[in-house]
Write a protein that binds this ligand. Structure first.
Ligand SMILES: Nc1ncnc2c1ncn2[C@@H]1O[C@H](COP(=O)(O)OP(=O)(O)OP(=O)(O)O)[C@@H](O)[C@H]1O
Length: 281
């Protein structure tokens, strides 16, 4: 059934004056189409529609439990939708295929889609028994079939970018939380993903280590055109790096727009209340 023009993500963005970084006219890289996620009776995402253009950096903000992390976990196929479809690059994520005939093809396809997406978690999830170098090179070598030399060279470049090139032979336990998180960022980028998902990447860090990690991410935002979806409670960071901010409450988008609008002149009471609580609290 055709949607009313006012209700489409494109119409909402146009109304909000959202700037498009590139591929404005082209197909979205990510599209959520009436996505529902339920755990038992708890509806975590409620017919969610939004899309992300290639190269767009989007921050997801909103109160605890509003469904932000679930969106990233669905994209990583760590969870499956209850209803609706998630499209990546014009293809549905495999678990949304309903027909049994397609399940096998879907699994192969799901692996291909997954390779395009890197994620950095709140807990760094490095392998403690591997050096920093091996943490970064294992997936490119085993999943992408990259040669060891090439993977090593890329690891050295990425560690340089995150300011840790001297720690290439260290083990994670020898590093601070902030350093471990910077290695986790390098590891995600080693797969050359099109999409980088960041899930509250500074929440587990001591306050004095937060700035170093955010600076690395700001630099990635400045120097690459990677598509970025970031769940964050760091409002200044969201303001600095985002093309667009989505404000969530109870599994729905209550407001979206460029950071100047969301942080400077929010239209919705719920957004104002949330920002007041975060910024004043
Ligand atoms: N595996 C699960 N089983 C049952 N309920 C879950 C599961 N994962 C998440 N939930 C529920 O889904 C809801 C949304 O969680 P989600 O982590 O997406 O919220 P969030 O907006 O990211 O919150 P926060 O900012 O606290 O991380 C919460 O009510 C949570 O309890």
């Amino acid at each position: 059934m055709p949607q009313s023009d006012d209700n489409t993500p494109a119409a909402r963005e146009a109304a909000a004056g959202v700037p498009k970084p590139r591929s404005e006219e082209g197909s979205p890289l990510i599209r959520f189409d009436k996505v529902v996620k339920r755990y038992g009776d708890n509806t975590v995402l409620d017919h969610l529609d939004f899309s992300v253009q290639p190269g767009q950096r989007v921050s997801l903000i909103g109160p605890s439990g509003s469904g932000k992390t679930t969106i990233l976990r669905l994209l990583m196929t760590l969870e499956h939708v209850t209803d609706g479809v998630i499209w990546v690059n014009g293809d549905p994520l495999s678990h949304e295929y309903k027909g049994t005939d397609l399940v096998k093809a879907g699994e192969q396809h799901q692996r291909e889609v997954r390779k395009k997406i890197g994620m950095v978690f709140q807990q760094f999830n490095l392998f403690p028994n591997m050096t920093v170098r091996r943490n970064i090179t294992e997936s490119p070598i085993h999943t992408l079939g990259v040669s060891r030399d090439e993977a090593d060279q890329r690891a050295a470049e990425l560690l340089d970018m995150v300011g840790l090139k001297e720690r290439i032979d260290a083990h994670p336990t020898q590093l601070s939380g902030g350093q471990q998180q910077r290695v986790a960022i390098a590891r995600a980028l080693a797969m050359r993903p099109e999409i980088l998902l960041l899930d509250e990447v500074t929440s587990a860090l001591d306050p004095e280590l937060v700035a170093g990690v955010l600076d690395v991410l700001r630099e990635i935002a400045r120097t690459t055109d990677i598509t970025m979806l970031s769940v964050t409670h760091e409002m200044q960071f969201a303001k600095d790096v985002s093309h667009r901010v989505l404000m969530f409450d109870k599994g729905k988008i209550v407001e979206e727009g460029p950071p100047d609008q969301i942080f400077g002149a929010p239209a919705e009471d719920r957004t104002r209340e949330f920002l007041h609580a975060v910024l004043e609290g």
